[in-house]
Design a binder for this molecule. Structure first.
Ligand code: NAD
Length: 474
């Protein structure tokens, strides 16, 4: 019997008569049924969050910290069960699912200690002026399918820490682990402070336009982000948007080919390339292009694509059929245009599970779809460049501006290049390191605002300035 998962509304686990199926992308089997919520359930969740906000906003930083640490502990203590469930619904290999689950617990623990202290603007005989941060109110959180647990936690935690309450909607493709966490934290969080409801994409606009939600925090595609901005504009809701990317890496000629090949591979192919900041275009200096591209392709041959629950799998399936079709379309386009493949390229559409072989393209042109668009799958174009100026210009030639990387033995040179890249994050000689205490956000069409750190926390608050006239004659 397929398990039916429940939603968390006002401190209770609740179900609906209407449910939808969640599928394991490794074998296309149904692995769970979840409530299909609409306006009625959303209204209930928002009312609960509004009621809870009245008292939650008045709690001390220490009380909130304790609750968030309780969430961290609940995830960590049940980590083994959770990472297996995550692989079942998302497809990522066990080791990567473990990193997501324990990473989410670590993020909650790290961010539980953040506080927004008052700032004194003026303190003299005439006046005391102080800025304090007050919580915006009820937050609507909307989450994608590539890192469903991490993204849920990175919305729930700062909401609670700042004194807000939240109604969170997981992606309809990957709600199970989040709902299991809901069950685990039901008695850890005060009723109504955290509500988790599931539904189809259509539930998203109902959240965005709900008159009693004060802020939207969203992670997903740029196309959806634009719709959210539009919907939120009706009553000027505050918004934080973490969107798509077409992240470029630049490899200078002094990089050690053997050492960098493996790191470049995983910067692109972790989570089957379904990472907003995955290296999606790699520019390699012409002096080492042939050697490095061969070394990456050679490394790829040793990586197993398969079911993430099987030992030895390095790259799992694409998470859902829609994304699988899109990645196949980009590969087909590359074939139709006659681009050269260093490895991969042949998808078996008749097989069970959404598997795409590791595919690496050899120097396609800059206007190729696989270079110009976000692929979000295990397909990587390698391109040759001659001068650093040219590489920077090509890297910046994108409507996106999420992340980038520079690989070189000369770290100072790496920083000099990093400072010229138009992205929110740039790594020099490493990849995918995201600190829970540093702001993470996109430039250009990769986002609006930031998550993580004090900057991220501030987005859940309004500044309020209180000024007291000290020498008033009243
Ligand atoms: P998506 O935009 O299709 O869906 C994301 C969420 O939005 C889902 O919960 C979905 O149900 C909901 N949604 C869909 N239509 C909506 C609407 N009109 N209004 C409100 N909500 C709506 O994105 P996806 O396919 O789940 O995720 C992949 C995309 O997310 C990629 O582009 C990727 O780069 C991006 N992403 C960005 C980051 C980041 O931090 N910048 C992180 C992960 C993923």
């Amino acid at each position: 019997m397929t398990k039916t998962y429940a939603n968390l509304i006002d401190g209770e686990m609740v179900t609906t008569s209407d449910t939808f199926e969640v599928v394991n992308p490794a074998n296309e089997e149904v692995v769970g049924l979840v409530p299909s919520c609409g306006k009625e359930e959303l209204d209930r969740a928002v009312s609960a969050a509004r009621r809870a906000f009245k008292s939650w906003r008045k709690t001390s930083a220490e009380e909130r910290q304790k609750v968030v640490q309780g969430i961290a502990a609940a995830i960590k203590d049940n980590g083994d069960e959770l990472f297996r469930l995550l692989t079942t619904e998302q497809g990522k290999p066990h080791a990567q699912a473990q990193m997501e689950i324990f990473g989410a617990a670590g993020l909650a623990a790290a961010q539980s200690t953040l506080t927004l202290d008052d700032v004194i603007n003026q303190d003299d005989d005439t006046r005391l002026s102080r800025t304090r941060r007050v919580p915006v109110g009820v937050v609507g959180g909307i989450v994608p399918w590539n890192f469903p647990v991490m993204m849920a936690i990175q919305k729930i935690v700062p909401a609670l820490v700042s004194g807000c309450t939240i109604v969170l909607k997981p992606s309809p493709f990957t709600p199970l682990t989040t709902l299991r966490i809901a069950e685990l934290i039901k008695d850890v969080v005060p009723a109504g402070t955290v509500n988790i409801i599931t539904g189809p994409d259509e539930l998203g606009p109902l959240i965005t336009e709900h008159p009693d939600i004060d802020k939207i925090t969203f992670t997903g595609s740029t196309a959806t982000g634009k719709k959210i901005m539009e919907g939120a504009s009706r009553d000027l809701k505050r918004i934080t948007l973490e969107l798509g990317g077409n992240d470029a890496s630049i490899v200078l000629p002094d990089a050690d080919v053997e050492k960098v090949a493996e790191q470049l591979f995983w910067s692109s192919f972790s989570n089957a390339g379904q990472i907003c900041v995955a290296a999606k275009r790699i520019y390699i200096h012409e002096d080492i292009y042939d050697d490095l591209s061969k070394a990456i392709a050679e490394y790829a041959k040793g990586v197993v694509v398969g079911d993430g629950s099987q030992q030895g799998t390095g790259v799992g399936p694409i998470q859902n059929k829609k994304q699988f079709d899109r990645v196949c379309e980009l590969i087909q386009d590359a074939k139709d245009q006659g681009y050269q493949f260093l490895t991969g390229g042949d998808v078996d559409p008749s097989g069970t599970g959404y598997y795409v072989p590791i595919t690496i393209l050899d120097n396609p042109p800059e206007d190729a779809r696989i270079v110009a668009e976000e692929q979000f799958g295990p397909v990587m174009p390698l391109m040759k460049f001659s001068s650093v100026e040219e590489a920077i210009e090509r890297a910046n030639n994108s409507e996106y501006g999420l992340a980038g990387a520079v690989w070189t033995k000369d770290a100072d040179k790496g920083v000099e290049i990093a400072e010229q890249l138009e992205t929110g994050t740039v790594w020099v000689n490493e990849y995918l390191h995201i600190s829970p205490l540093a702001p993470f956000g996109g430039h250009k069409q990769s986002g609006f605002g930031a998550e993580y750190g004090i900057d991220g926390l501030k987005e859940f608050t309004y500044p309020q300035v209180i000024t007291v006239k000290r020498d008033a004659d009243i």
